[in-house]
Structures are given as C-alpha cells and as structure tokens.
Write a protein that binds this ligand. Structure first.
Ligand code: ADP
Ligand code: MG
Length: 236
C-alpha cells in the first residue's frame, strides 16, 4: 500500500492543515469548550478515520475543516489557501469545487431521481443538465447502482441511498470527501460494503477521505485513525 502516498507525503505539503483550532459554544452563562487547539495535517490520498465518543466534537471539527462553521481561533489551510479568511461566497465556491460531503442521513432530495441527485452539484457548478446526468449515471454505475438511476430515494435501501450520496459527493471530483458517520444508520454488512467503496474510490481516483465513525473495526481499515478526546487528538 501507498508507494505513491508515501512519496507524496514526504515531498509535498499537507493537502489540509489545521492549526490550533479552538471552538466553544455558549448557552447563556454556560460555555462548553469543544475543541481546544486541534492540530491536524492530512496528506493528499489519505484515508483518515476520526473516532471519539458522542459529543467529543467530531462533527464540529469536520464542519470547521469543511468551511461550514468557523473556529473561534486557529487556521485551516487547503494547500496554501487560508479557508477561514475566505468570504462566504468564496467558501461556497471552494466547497463546490474541492469538497464532497456525506452524512449519516443521506440528505438526498426526495422529489428527484438518484441520477438527478448525483447531477445536482455539477449543475450548480454550471454544467448543462444532460451532461451532468450522463456523468451522474456513469458514477452510479461505479458505485454499482446502474440499475437504480431513475429511482427516487424512498425506493432505495439505506445502503443504496448512501451509495447515491457518495456518488453525489464525487461528481465534482473533489480532492477531499468528508463523511460524518456515513454508516451510522446501516447494518454491519452494509457498513462494510460502504467502507469497501470508500477504499476503492480512494484507489481509483486518489480521493482523500476524512471519515467520522463509531466503528473501530471499520476505522481500522483506513490509513490512519485519530481519537478526539477532551478537545484534541493528544489528550489522554
Ligand atoms: P460529536 O459529533 O462528536 O458527537 P459535536 O461536534 O456534534 O460532537 O458536538 C460537540 C459538543 O458541542 C456537544 O457537547 C454538543 O452539545 C455541542 N454543540 C454542538 N453544536 C452546538 C451548537 N450549535 N450550539 C451549542 N452546542 C453545540
Ligand atoms: Mg457528530
């Protein structure tokens, strides 16, 4: 494994570089420090799992790395670009171009077919509908759903919906896919197949994955596993 990755990690800067990320939430007089100085470097092509008990800040960190939330302090660099400093519009463009997101609940649009759901981010990025749909169908066949392209989400199983969500996250060929408990709602066999899919996408496209999961066994299949405790990755 990883000749290419090893070389890449030695020779180039991290793809994503978080420095001293702090985040607290305030509720009236109460204040909860969720992240207290998180440092994290992720190289291109890495498969990284983030583990941590419920409430440890995994989703908060993922949202901050994905420009969907702001840290109180700290930096998030994508290559040399400081993501925290971008305007909201620039962040939205950045996400559309470079990031894909997958959640525990698929967040597919119920009134659209699988192919239309997958095509959506491509159309938002300015591609014409037919071309976006053609690419969406191609991707759906790569996630083994060529027979489900015209189905709506309610006609699909949980595992199939997550495959559609992964295809949607892939359509703009992002550098990084951020997945927040993508198998949290699935049975063990289906979860295993989703992790197999993640590994095969990583192999075929070199896509970097940051996957939040509760499942130690599945996390162990990634290149690197990090435990979030007491607000960062070092505290015991
Ligand atoms: P995890 O994903 O690891 O379960 P989260 O990142 O969702 O944890 O949440 C971390 C902590 O921050 C929890 O204690 C949660 O209650 C708190 N929290 C998350 N989002 C908010 C919010 N918008 N307002 C207040 N507290 C929040
Ligand atoms: Mg969470």
């Amino acid at each position: 494994m990883g000749k290419k990755r090893g070389k890449c990690s030695i020779m180039s800067k991290p793809l994503l570089n978080c420095q001293q990320i702090c985040k607290s939430y305030h509720d009236g007089a109460q204040s909860v420090q969720v992240l207290s100085g998180v440092d994290l470097q992720i190289n291109a092509g890495e498969l990284v799992a983030i583990l941590g008990s419920s409430g440890s800040g995994k989703s908060t960190l993922l949202q901050i790395m994905g420009t969907l939330d702001e840290p109180d302090s700290g930096k998030v660099y994508f290559q040399d670009q400081d993501l925290v400093q971008l305007s909201a519009k620039e962040q939205a463009n950045f996400r559309n171009k470079h990031l894909g997101f997958v959640y525990q609940f698929h967040h597919l649009l119920p009134e659209f077919t699988a192919a239309e759901n997958v095509a959506m981010p491509k159309m938002i990025g300015g591609t014409k509908k037919q071309q976006a749909l053609d690419e969406a169908k191609e991707l759906l066949s790569q996630v083994k759903l060529e027979h489900r392209t015209e189905h709506r989400p309610y006609q699909l199983s949980g595992g199939e919906r997550q495959r559609v969500a992964i295809a949607r996250a892939l359509i703009n060929r992002p550098s990084i896919i951020m997945a927040d408990e993508p198998t949290g709602n699935l049975d063990a066999d289906t979860s295993e197949s989703i992790f197999e899919l993640i590994k095969s996408i990583n192999d075929s496209f070199g896509t970097t994955f940051i996957v939040v999961t509760h499942d130690q066994g599945l996390a162990g299949q990634m290149h690197r596993t990090l435990h979030l405790r007491n607000g960062n990755f070092n505290a015991k």
